[in-house]
Design a protein around this ligand. Structure first.
Ligand SMILES: [Zn+2]
Length: 438
């Protein structure tokens, strides 16, 4: 069975994205049951932190906390007498984690041209973003929330630059973080740029934790990168890093497409050859790389960069479909993983990505399906510091999503990534340990 959304898409291919989504705002239910426990059964249970379980089941309490995961018969035997059973169908997996997106840009879905690299895209973004009013931004956010829920997303790493209208609906159930972005290439402006991001971080954003981001080494002075790093000590922090070779060129030789764009905008960025370094090494020098860092993109990395990243413990948050749209190629996922860099996935914004479904992102990653699915769940949860999410393990509350993918004789992870738009149904919402309602 397909979602009604997909049925409509099939029946009326000319429907706009807004029309497709606005008629339907799914709201995942809280786990219901007359008893304190429920057994959720499926032909395949994907715990993520352990191999798939055929004819599996999960004993879960009424708060969504996982009590036991195993074969159906074992779990039935262990469950209290008379416990309610839910038949979840073909496959269940933990809620997805989209570790990098920009909800505020959702109104620009499909509006920008691709294939010309990052800097040309940014130039067009600046022009297209300027006339957006709060109403347009809010409408885009509402559609994005609907899309994220309908594809089974439970946590976000949302980056926000301060556009009005970007408030999350009060009942949006997402966990994760909203990264308030600092930007400023003039060294003398670092205090102002940091203060602006911190001010914005005071606004409520549902269940998302407030955090900081530095936009990128191309657009932030080293002073600002260092200030964001020290203001984020112990908290998740995000940075776009090595997305386009133009960033390396700016930092290594002081010229190229980024230098031109900064000049056009009247920003004199100082360049000193003795400080020349790759984007990754500039971020490392500023103290911005550590176990709580989300290093987003990492397209243009050399062997030294990969070693630096691996030593830092930072997560690589890869967004392969956005990279492809911009004409930048594919991130070196296997190389990063082989070096021990933890992988997470993001879709980036709808201004450079065709959807917010992180399973479609996983399917686009040139890496084995088991690792790709792990990046779309547990990898993202770890990157965002959400210890209770991403895997079916006792004590966690990762949310339970039933998916109508047809597994057949394939490995279930491979089958799932071949059908990333198979309909999703919420059985339990994710929540943080210690909180009863999400
Ligand atoms: Zn981004």
């Amino acid at each position: 069975m397909r979602t009604t959304r997909e049925n409509r898409r099939g029946a009326e291919p000319t429907q706009s994205r807004a029309e497709r989504l606005s008629a339907e705002t799914p709201r995942p239910p809280r786990l219901r049951g007359s008893l304190p426990f429920v057994v959720v059964e499926a032909r395949w249970v994907l715990p993520i932190a352990a191999p798939p379980i055929k004819d599996g089941a999960i004993l879960v309490d009424s708060t969504g906390e996982i009590v036991q995961v195993g074969k159906r018969d074992e779990v039935r035997r262990a469950a209290p007498a008379g416990v309610e059973r839910i038949d979840a169908g073909e496959l269940v997996h933990p809620a997805l984690v989209n570790a990098h997106l920009h909800l505020e840009l959702s109104a620009l879905a499909g509006a920008l041209a691709g294939g010309r690299g990052l800097v040309a895209w940014v130039r067009e973004l600046i022009a297209r973003r300027a006339p957006l009013d709060a109403k347009a931004v809010a409408h885009g956010v509402a559609l994005a929330v609907s899309e994220l829920l309908s594809c089974g997303t439970g946590a976000l790493g949302d980056t926000a630059s301060g556009l009005a209208g970007n408030e999350l609906p009060e009942d949006a159930p997402f966990l994760g973080a909203r990264f308030h972005e600092a930007l400023g290439a003039k060294p003398e402006d670092w205090e102002k740029a940091l203060a602006s991001a911190r001010d914005r971080a005071r606004a409520p954003s549902g269940n998302l934790r407030a955090a900081l981001a530095a936009h990128a080494p191309a657009t932030c002075s080293e002073e600002l990168l260092a200030a964001v790093a020290s203001a984020s000590a112990g908290e998740p922090v995000s940075v776009h890093l090595a997305e386009d070779p133009a960033e390396r060129r700016l930092l290594v030789s002081g010229d190229g497409a980024w230098a031109e764009l900064l000049r056009e905008r009247g920003i004199a960025r100082p360049f000193s050859p003795e400080r020349a370094a790759s984007p990754v090494r500039v971020a490392a020098r500023a103290g911005l790389l550590g176990p709580r860092t989300l290093a987003v993109h990492l397209l243009d990395v050399d062997d030294d960069d990969v070693r630096e990243l691996a030593a830092s413990g930072a997560s690589a948050v890869l967004c392969p479909r956005s990279n492809r749209f911009l004409g930048l190629g594919a991130p070196p996922a296997s190389k990063l993983a082989a070096a021990g860099v933890p992988l997470a996935l993001g879709t980036d914004s709808l201004a450079s990505s065709p959807s917010l479904n992180v399973l479609e992102e996983a399917a686009a990653l040139a890496i084995d399906p088991v690792s790709a699915l792990r990046a779309a769940t547990l990898g993202g949860a770890r990157a965002l510091g959400e210890q209770s999410l991403g895997a079916f393990v006792p004590g966690a509350r990762p949310g339970i999503v039933a998916r109508d993918a047809v597994v057949g004789a394939r490995r279930p992870e491979a089958a799932l990534l071949e059908q990333p738009r198979a309909s999703a149904r919420w059985i339990a919402l994710p929540s943080r340990a210690g909180s009863v309602s999400p």
